[in-house]
Design a protein around this ligand. Structure first.
Ligand code: IPT
Length: 964
C-alpha cells in the first residue's frame, strides 16, 4: 500500500504499471481527454479526503491534457539548471502543489467480454497515484514516458471512476532537471486501449537495407504472419526475410511500407521503413552512405499550452524544420509524444530520441548525490530507457538513442547503455557527458568553438591522458548535439561550422539549440501582453530570458535565424566562376530530379532578364559545371547581378512547388560610382542678419545646397525642408543576448559599458566654411576617458544633393571591440516607410548573412523591427547601396548596414519585453560601416576573429537628398 507521504521519495521505477510494449496501429482506443473534475492544493499535506473513491465534490474542472499552472492554479517557474527546491535527495518539501483529477467513463461491453483493457498515460508531470473505481493501481514516475495499467479486472458495466493524484515535485524531479519551465499535470493524452484476445498488441519490426534489398523481422506477442501488400510479400512472424527491390527510407526520401500483422483472431498495422544505421570506419552512415545530420533541438512547447501540444503544433514544427533544409531533430530532452515520431517517419527527419533524464543542477552545485552514480536509482534509470526504446523502436526515423542530457557521468548511464545495446543493437547510442565514449558510439559535445572543431574534424584533438581511451574515442564519429545557440539576435558563425562539418567524414552533424523560444504568454505590470520568461511569473529562482533561444519565436513565427539556417543548410551549393557556375549537391541519398533552377538578371535591383538554367540531374554529392547565359552589358548599365534560385519543381509532402531551397548571387559588374555631384558645387552660405528682429537661431546655421548645418554642433538640422539631427557617430549597439553572454564579467557588452560607449559626448572642435565646402571636426568621447574619435565631415552640394565626406580617426587606446562604427540620423517619425537597394528581405549581420540577398525592397518601419522576447539590437539590412527613408534618399560610396527603428538603442537596451517598447518622437536611422559579429556567446563561442570589430580609421562618403 502506498501511503500519501512515502511515495514522493520513491527512487525506483514506476509501480503497478505493465512492462512497456511496442504498440501497433489499429487496436481500439478510447480517448479520455476532455473535462475532468479537479481539486488543487498548494501543498502535499492537504489532500482531498476520499477523492479517489468519488467522495465529495470536485472543486473545479480542468481540461486534460493540460498543465494546471497554465489553467489558473499555481504558477509556472523557469529555471535552466537550478533546482526549484532544496538539494536534499530524494526528498522534496511539502510546499508541493497537488492536482487531484477524476472523471467517469464507460467501457464498451465488447471490451469487457474478451481480451484486456489498458489505461494508458502518455505524460504526467511529475508523479501520480492512479485509482480506478477506488482501487489503487500504482505510481507513475517518468513525466515524459508512456505508462500503462491493466484495468481489465477493475472495470464494471456502466459508469467507472478514474482518479489521478498528481504532485508537482517528487524524487523524480531530481532526474528531470531539464532547462525548461516546471509545469505539472496530466499534459499528454490519456486513453483506454482494448487488446482483443488473439490479436497482436506488441509488435516489433526490425528492418535493414543494403544494395536494393530490405530485410525485415516481425515479431509479436501472438503467433501469426505478416504481409506487405505493396511489395506483394507475406512472411512468418519471427522469421527474418530479405525482400529484393525495396526502396530505402531516408530523411530525403522517406519511403514507408505498411506491414499488416495477422494474429489468430485479427490484424494490426505498423508503418515501417527499410534502412540501416551504422558507424563504420569512424563514420556515421545511413544506408551505408555517410550522412550529415543537419539538426535542431526541439522541446515540446507552446506559449499558452506549455508542453501540452496539439497534433497541429507538432505538424507545424515538422514542416518548419523541413522547410529550413534541416533533416534531423533531437528530442531534447525527453521522448516526444508518439505522434511526432510518426510525422518524422512520414515527412523524413532523422531523430535522436532522448531519454527523460537530466540532473544538471548537480553539475552546477557539486556531484554529490547525483542519481546517475547512485545504486538507489539504477532500476529507475534503466527502466526509463526501456520505456522509451520499447515504445519507439519501430520508427525508422530514429537513428540514435540518447541516454539523456547534462547528467554528468555515472555507472547508471553505463547500465542504461548496456541495456539498450542488448535490446536494440541496430542503433548507435549518444550521450554528451560520456566524455571518454566509454559506453557511447559517437563522441558528442556542445558549443565547441570552431577552432577546436577544426582539429576534431581531422581526428587531431588533444589526446586523453589514457591512451586506450584516447584511441577508442578518436576512432568514433563526432556529433555537435548542441551548437549555434539561437538566443536573441543570432547565431553567428553557422556557415563556418557547416564547412568544418562537411570537410570531414568524422563529423556526423550538428543540432542548433533550439527550435522554439520557450516564452509563455502573460502580462507585465503595465498590462502589456508579453512573451514571458524567467522572473515574469513571480519565481523565487529563475534563469531570466535564457529560455528564449529558438529559431522560431514563441508564437512559432520564424526568427531571422530560421532563414539563415535554411540558407546555410541548402542542399544545393552554387559557386560562380567567370563564365560558369559549379553546382553541387549536398544530398546524401537522393538525386536532384525534383529541382528546377531559375535565373534572373537585375540592373540596380530591377529585373531585366530571366530564364531557366539547364542543370543535369545530380546524384548525391555530384557536381556540374554550367555555363552562364549570355549577359547583355549596355553602356548605361548599373550594377548587374545574376541570381540563381533553386526550387522544388513539383509539390513535396512538406512544401509547395516553387519552394526555394537554395539561392546564390553573383555581381557581374559593379556599375558606375554611386556617389558624386551631378553638377558643379554651389557655394556654402552663412546666414547673416541685422536689425532688431534677427533670429539668433538662424545665425547658427550654415547652408550647403539643401543641407543646413548647425555651426555650434557641426551636425545637420535640416535637409531640403526635412528636420534632421545628425549624423552622430555611434560605437554602441543595444547589447544582444550574445553580447551579454552568460557571464557579466567577461561579456563584450560589459566592456562597452565600462568604456562608456552608450554615453558618448560630442564636441565640435572647428568648423570651416571655405568656398563650396563646410568642414566640421567633431571629437567624440565618453565621460572620464581620454580615448576619443575625431571625425571630419566635409559637406558640399550641387544644389540638389548634399555630399558628406567623412573620415574617422581613433585617438588613444581602442583595443576592445566596439559594437558598431556608424552614424545615427534622427528623422521625423512620419518617415514611416523605407525603400532600399541592398540585402534583404530580412535582418543580417556580418556573420549571419547567409539568407541576405541583393534586391530592391520596401517596408513599413515597424516591420523592420525583429520582436526578440527581450529587446536588443536588431533589424539591420546589410550591403545597402541606397535607402529612401520617407522622402530622404541616402546613398553610400560603399555598401552600408541600415537599421531604421522607432526606438532608440537606449530604449531597446533598457526594456525587458518587446511589447513594452514605445515608439519615440523621432525615427532612428542608423547607417553603419560595420557592426561587431553576433557569434553565439550567450552559450558558446563569440564571433570569429574576422567578425570582431575593432575601431580603425575609416573613410566614407554619403549623399543625401530629398527625393524630388
Ligand atoms: C545546454 C543544455 O543541454 C540545454 O538544455 C540548454 O540549457 C542549453 O545548454 C542552453 O540554452 S547545457 C550548457 C551547459 C551548455
Amino acid at each position: 500500500m502506498i501511503t500519501p507521504t512515502d511515495y514522493l521519495e520513491h527512487t525506483g521505477p514506476p509501480l503497478g504499471t505493465l512492462p512497456p510494449r511496442t504498440a501497433p496501429d489499429g487496436l481500439p482506443a478510447l480517448d479520455l481527454g476532455g473535462c475532468w473534475g479537479f481539486s488543487w492544493s498548494a501543498d502535499s499535506t492537504d489532500l482531498p479526503e476520499g477523492f479517489e473513491a468519488g467522495r465529495g465534490e470536485a472543486a473545479a474542472t480542468i481540461d486534460v491534457p493540460s498543465h494546471w499552472q497554465l489553467q489558473g492554479w499555481g504558477r509556472p517557474q523557469y529555471t535552466n539548471s537550478q533546482y526549484p527546491f532544496p538539494l536534499d535527495v530524494p526528498h522534496v518539501p511539502f510546499e508541493n502543489e497537488v492536482g487531484s483529477y477524476r472523471r467517469l467513463f464507460e467501457v464498451p461491453q465488447a471490451w469487457r467480454s474478451s481480451g484486456r483493457v489498458l489505461l494508458r498515460f502518455e505524460g504526467v508531470d511529475s508523479t501520480a497515484v492512479v485509482w480506478v473505481n477506488g482501487v489503487q493501481l500504482g505510481l507513475l514516475v517518468g513525466s515524459r514516458l508512456t505508462h500503462e495499467f491493466d484495468v481489465t479486472e477493475h472495470l464494471k458495466a456502466g459508469e467507472n471512476l478514474i482518479a489521478v493524484r498528481v504532485h508537482q515535485w517528487s524524487a523524480s524531479s531530481y532526474i528531470e532537471d531539464q532547462d525548461q519551465w516546471w509545469l505539472s499535470g496530466i499534459f499528454r493524452e490519456v486513453s483506454l486501449r482494448h487488446l482483443p484476445t488473439g490479436v497482436p498488441s506488441d509488435v516489433r519490426v526490425d528492418t535493414d537495407w543494403a544494395d536494393g534489398a530490405g530485410s525485415i523481422t516481425v515479431t509479436a506477442d501472438v503467433p501469426g504472419r505478416f504481409e506487405i501488400s505493396e511489395l506483394g510479400f507475406t512472411g512468418e512472424l519471427g522469421e527474418p526475410v530479405t525482400i529484393q527491390g525495396v526502396l530505402p527510407w531516408s530523411a530525403e526520401s522517406p519511403q514507408l511500407y505498411d506491414v499488416t500483422v495477422y494474429g489468430p483472431s485479427g490484424a494490426v498495422h505498423v508503418r515501417t521503413g527499410f534502412r540501416s544505421v551504422s558507424v563504420s570506419d569512424g563514420v556515421f552512415r545511413v544506408n551505408g552512405a555517410r550522412t550529415v545530420l543537419r539538426g535542431v533541438n526541439r522541446h515540446d512547447f507552446h506559449p499558452l499550452r506549455g508542453r501540452a501540444l496539439t497534433r497541429q503544433d507538432m505538424l507545424d514544427d515538422v514542416l518548419a524544420i523541413k522547410r529550413a533544409n534541416l533533416n534531423a531533430l533531437r528530442t531534447s530532452h525527453y521522448p516526444p509524444p508518439p505522434y511526432l515520431l510518426q510525422l518524422c517517419d512520414q515527412y523524413g527527419l532523422y531523430v535522436i530520441d532522448e531519454c527523460d533524464l537530466e540532473t544538471h543542477g548537480f553539475i552546477d552545485v557539486d556531484p554529490e548525490g547525483n542519481p546517475v552514480d547512485d545504486p538507489r536509482w539504477t532500476q529507475a534509470l534503466v527502466s526509463r530507457m526501456g520505456s522509451m526504446v520499447t515504445r519507439d523502436r519501430n520508427h525508422p526515423c530514429i537513428v540514435m538513442w540518447s541516454l539523456g542530457n547534462e547528467a554528468d557521468t555515472g555507472f547508471n548511464l553505463a547500465a542504461m547503455a548496456a541495456w539498450t545495446k542488448s535490446a536494440d543493437p541496430s542503433r548507435p547510442i549518444q550521450y554528451e557527458c560520456d566524455r571518454e565514449t566509454a559506453y557511447t558510439d559517437v563522441w558528442s559535445q556542445m558549443y565547441t568553438p570552431h577552432q577546436e572543431l577544426a582539429a576534431i574534424a581531422q581526428r587531431a584533438e588533444p589526446a586523453l591522458p589514457d591512451l586506450a581511451q584516447d584511441a577508442r574515442r578518436r576512432a568514433k564519429p563526432y556529433l555537435l548535439c548542441e551548437y549555434g545557440h539561437a538566443m536573441g539576435n543570432g547565431p553567428g558563425g553557422l556557415l563556418e561550422y557547416r564547412d568544418l562539418i562537411e570537410s570531414s567524414q568524422r563529423c556526423a552533424g550538428a543540432f542548433v539549440w533550439e527550435l522554439i523560444d520557450q516564452g509563455l504568454t502573460t502580462t507585465d505590470a503595465a498590462g502589456n501582453t508579453i512573451v514571458g520568461y524567467g522572473g515574469d511569473l513571480g519565481e523565487v529562482l529563475h534563469s531570466g530570458n535564457f529560455c528564449c533561444d529558438g529559431l522560431l519565436f514563441a508564437d512559432r513565427s520564424p526568427s531571422p535565424g530560421m532563414a539563415q539556417v535554411a540558407a546555410v543548410n541548402a542542399p544545393i551549393r552554387l559557386a560562380f566562376g567567370t563564365d560558369s557556375i559549379v553546382i553541387s549537391s549536398a544530398y546524401d541519398h537522393t538525386g536532384t530530379a525534383n529541382l528546377s533552377y531559375r535565373w534572373t538578371l537585375t540592373d540596380n535591383g530591377i529585373e531585366v532578364d530571366a530564364g531557366e538554367l539547364p542543370v543535369p540531374v545530380l546524384g548525391p554529392g555530384d557536381q556540374a559545371d554550367v555555363r552562364f547565359p549570355e549577359i547583355p552589358r549596355g553602356a548605361d548599365s548599373g550594377e548587374l547581378v545574376f541570381t540563381v534560385s533553386v526550387q522544388l519543381a513539383a509539390e513535396a509532402a512538406w512544401a509547395p512547388a516553387g519552394h526555394e531551397i537554395a539561392f546564390a548571387q553573383h555581381v557581374v559588374s559593379a556599375g558606375p560610382a554611386r556617389v558624386q555631384l551631378r553638377s558643379p558645387a554651389v557655394a556654402a552660405t552663412v546666414f547673416q542678419q541685422d536689425g532688431p528682429d534677427r533670429d539668433s537661431s538662424l545665425e547658427r546655421i550654415v547652408s550647403v545646397g539643401p543641407a543646413r548645418i548647425d555651426r555650434y554642433t557641426g551636425m545637420l538640422v535640416e535637409l531640403g525642408g526635412v528636420t534632421l539631427a545628425g549624423p552622430r557617430l555611434e560605437l554602441w549597439r543595444a547589447p544582444t543576448d550574445n553580447d551579454r553572454g552568460p557571464d557579466e564579467a567577461t561579456a563584450v557588452a560589459s566592456a562597452w559599458s565600462r568604456l562608456g560607449l552608450h554615453r558618448l559626448t560630442h564636441r565640435l572642435t572647428h568648423l570651416d566654411v571655405t568656398g563650396p565646402a563646410v568642414t566640421a571636426v567633431i571629437r567624440t568621447a565618453a565621460a572620464h576617458r581620454r580615448d576619443a574619435v575625431v571625425t571630419t565631415y566635409r559637406w558640399s552640394s550641387d544644389g540638389q544633393q548634399a555630399l558628406c565626406e567623412i573620415t574617422v580617426e581613433p585617438v588613444g587606446d581602442w583595443t576592445v571591440p566596439v559594437g558598431r562604427i556608424g552614424w545615427v540620423l534622427e528623422q521625423p517619425p512620419e518617415h514611416d516607410t523605407v525603400a532600399w537597394y541592398g540585402g534583404g528581405p530580412g535582418e543580417a549581420y556580418s556573420d549571419s548573412r547567409a539568407a541576405s540577398r541583393l534586391g530592391r525592397y520596401e517596408s513599413a518601419v515597424p516591420s523592420l523591427h525583429t520582436p526578440y522576447a527581450r529587446p536588443q539590437e536588431n533589424g539591420q539590412r546589410l550591403d545597402v547601396r541606397w535607402a529612401q527613408v520617407g522622402p530622404l534618399r541616402i546613398t553610400g560610396d560603399r555598401p552600408f548596414g541600415l537599421t531604421v527603428s522607432p526606438y532608440s538603442r537606449r530604449q531597446l537596451a533598457e526594456t525587458a519585453h518587446n511589447a513594452a517598447l514605445r515608439p519615440e518622437d523621432r525615427l532612428f536611422c542608423h547607417i553603419d560601416l560595420a557592426q561587431h559579429g553576433l557569434g553565439s556567446a550567450s552559450c558558446g563561442p563569440g564571433p570569429l576573429p574576422e567578425d570582431v570589430l575593432l575601431l580603425t580609421p575609416q573613410t566614407f562618403t554619403l549623399a543625401m537628398e530629398v527625393a524630388p
